[in-house]
Design a protein around this ligand. Structure first.
Ligand SMILES: [Fe+2]
Length: 293
């Protein structure tokens, strides 16, 4: 689709219906996979993978906000298409390692209007996808672009896209910065939330992704350290944790999955570990369950 747009063809919205449907089904089957998807990107495919991840998060968020089937589909479609305008941004700006000049930043910001116009040129453009293409960089306090809309002037779908877009961007490795771990990302977003995001939408997002999203490195009250592998069924603070280290013994232990929401489990999360400072280099494997014992 991105290649088509780059070549000047119009967007085939019908053709991507099965993709959005497939992503929707997979989010329903495995909500925890959204966070993993947010990390699975490499530089070449960044915009594509970012679009797929935002699509999945939009579907998850639509579910949290109890939107109906059609609205959920439109939200997912909008997530997939929101950065379409980047297909027209020169690669040297898109993947520039350093800070953009003011002129380059202006070209970059233009992707919102470009995406909107491209989609307008396709037959049967979804009104929600059009709105999200144009407004996903608007901020709750009016300091976003391209229109500087604020609060209720921004549609629900664009406010949803703003949250999903920022989460995915800051948890991704980019040419100019390394990824933040999921829990750190949630903490920072909570700090920004009053100015950038609609509080109701942000709260629903936190409920879906968790305070300790999949991939967070946590220490339990027993002194054991583990990686969050799944959200808890009952509360945001009781996820399933793959425990693999004992601070009391000061050594690795046989990995074991502890479900903090199970009535028999008395342990709780005592604090969050910083993966950048930790000595564990295999967090990603432990998290996806493929660690060697
Ligand atoms: Fe964007």
């Amino acid at each position: 689709m991105f290649d088509d747009v780059r070549l000047g063809h119009s967007v085939d919205v019908h053709g991507i219906r099965p993709l959005v449907q497939g992503i929707t089904d997979s989010v329903r089957r495995n909500p925890g996979a959204i966070v993993s998807l947010a990390r699975l990107k490499n530089a070449d495919e960044y915009t594509y993978m970012h679009s797929v991840a935002v699509c999945a998060m939009m579907v998850g968020l639509a579910k949290q906000l109890k939107l109906d089937e059609d609205q959920t589909y439109s939200a997912g479609l909008a997530g997939l298409l929101h950065d379409l305008g980047k297909a027209h941004i020169p690669a040297e700006i898109l993947s520039k390692p350093g800070k953009l000049t003011e002129q380059e930043a202006a070209i970059m910001r233009n992707h919102a209007v470009e995406g909107f116009e491209m989609l307008l040129g396709s037959d049967d453009a979804d009104p929600i996808a059009l709105d999200v293409c144009l407004h996903h960089h608007e901020k709750w306090n009016g300091e976003g672009y391209p229109m500087g809309h604020k609060g209720k002037e921004i549609s629900l779908s664009s406010k949803m896209a703003a949250v999903c877009d920022v989460y995915d961007a800051i948890t991704s490795d980019r040419c100019y910065k390394s990824a933040w771990d999921p829990a750190e990302a949630m903490r920072m977003m909570a700090k920004w939330s009053s100015g950038h995001f609609d509080p109701r939408v942000f709260q629903a997002f936190v409920k879906g992704i968790g305070i300790y999203p999949v991939g967070s490195l946590v220490q339990l009250t027993s002194g054991r350290i583990g990686v969050v592998i799944e959200q808890g069924s009952r509360s945001l603070t009781t996820p399933k944790v793959n425990v693999f280290y004992s601070t009391r013994l000061n050594m690795r232990i046989m990995p074991i999955i502890v479900d903090l929401s199970a009535p028999s489990v008395m342990e709780r999360i005592s604090n969050l570990e910083d993966p950048k400072k930790s000595k564990f280099k295999d967090i990603n494997q432990l998290w996806s369950g493929t660690a060697g014992i």
